[in-house]
Design a protein. Sequence first.
Length: 243
Amino acid sequence: MRSSELVGTDEWHTVDGRPYVVYKYAATLDGRIAAVDGTSQWITSAESRAEVHALRSACGATVVGSGTQQADDPHLAVRSVRDDPGLRVAVPVEEQPWRVIVDTRARTPADARVLDGAAPTLIAVAEDAEATHLCGLATVVRLPRAARGGGLDLTALLGELRDRDVRGVFLEGGPTLAASFVSAGLVDRIIAYVAPALLGRGKSGLEGGTIDTMDDILRCELLDVARSGPDVRLVARPARARR
């Protein structure tokens, strides 16, 4: 499948009033996205990582939470073979997507890699957060807090991205932010890369959220299964999002 097919661009028009959200994660066979010590590089193969850059380039924004920023200091810009000859997939990048950090307390440091100017960066913070250290380094957007939990209002976040002409959002985690999106019914497609490896302990793909019983389980429709190097790539969508 082409990148546009994987991120479901043909379905983007079906979402009213907000961007279409694609949740991507990489996990081991036992469902772990990171080890107990927080390390996660690299669970999946070079082929899968290269493919993710192609998927990022097909969307208008790549979104992660402050926990991921703190743990990994990700760059989040799309790399092409011009930047990294080791990439197995050529990624034509005409315009870099937004790099978005959901950072309630404005913990992103001024020397974070996402602030290097390689791509536009938006940092969403709470209305009362102290964020003066980010002025001039990124677009800082102040959002209300969510009605439940200590995070930000994700519908308001998507509204801010919509106002910047973002039609597709590539959500890369971490597990707490992803669980919040799932609980709010704001995930339209899931792309999971599963590596033939085991960790036994560590973080799972979703942590927290509001699903506490099998009665509330979010069933998904499996759209595609394929190999990505030694890994398996699964594409699905929540059954409630079936059009």
